[in-house]
Design a protein around this ligand. Sequence first.
Ligand code: SF4
Ligand code: SF4
Length: 310
Amino acid sequence: MLLFDKEEQLIKGIVFNIEHYHINDGTGIRTNVFLKGCNLWCPWCCNPESQKFNPQMVIHRKMCIGCGTCQSVCPTGAVLQDDFGNRFIDMSKCTLCGLCMQKCLSSAIEQYGEEKSVADVMVEVEKDSAYYTESDGGMTLSGGEPCLQPEFARALAEACNKRYIHVSMETALAVPWATLWRVAEKVDQILADVKFTDPEQFKTICSEPVDLIKDNLKKLREKGKHVVMRCPIIPTLNDNDGHIEKLIEWAKELDIKDVDLLPFHQLGKYKYTSLGYVYTMDEFKEIDKTVVEKMRDRMAEHGLNVIVGG
Ligand code: SF4
Ligand code: SF4
């Protein structure tokens, strides 16, 4: 039987997924814990369900057969129909009772996000303890932006520290240093999302100053944290030589050795429709493999350990 202290049972946050057996998000075999809520809302995000802080109920149109059961069982009138007859859930009326989900014979309804305690999450994380020992793996905090639930994220990291479980954290670093450090202090490895090096581009697309990202990277390195730069490669936006040269410059300046290049894909597109969001990346095609390989080789020439699709 697993034992949890009072704090671990009391501290809670909103989690939208826990996935086992990841091998690309930190060392060894990982359990990824996805926290809900993000401040950047990148248009290429493959987890748009991570962006809002609160839990959401969605109807996947591709799976819905239009039977109307969800609408008739909903006690609050939260299931509505648009002008084309598609059903959707009005979250301002939904109480997350789950009745529609239970009754839908097509399994077309999904809940994104629910409140969980540190203890609830650790039950899942500890299931794979044997794999962590064998592979140098552990838990990876992901999102959304885990630092936007700083007390919960810190408590999860501390729970792992106590149990000698390695902790990695994916973060876009677009938060004040004090907030970032509140969590990062308890984290062994930072997977730092570096989207742009150009200040104008970052400000225009992500609404934050790029200096904040660079400063946070610098401070993490000064604190001796192991940082992996994770760089999404988005066609026409940052798939250019200038950006790659700038990444090399940052890596040298900050003594960062590990880089993951993450080529753009459209795998999360269907979720935008389910959430009622507009997908704006239709025109952006997947990047040619040889272009990414060229980037990898250029970085490797400078002594960087580069993984494509990490
Ligand atoms: S119950 Fe399921 S299949 Fe029927 S209308 Fe609702 S979402 Fe669609
Ligand atoms: S979760 Fe409950 S309140 Fe929300 S849409 Fe479904 S039945 Fe209605």
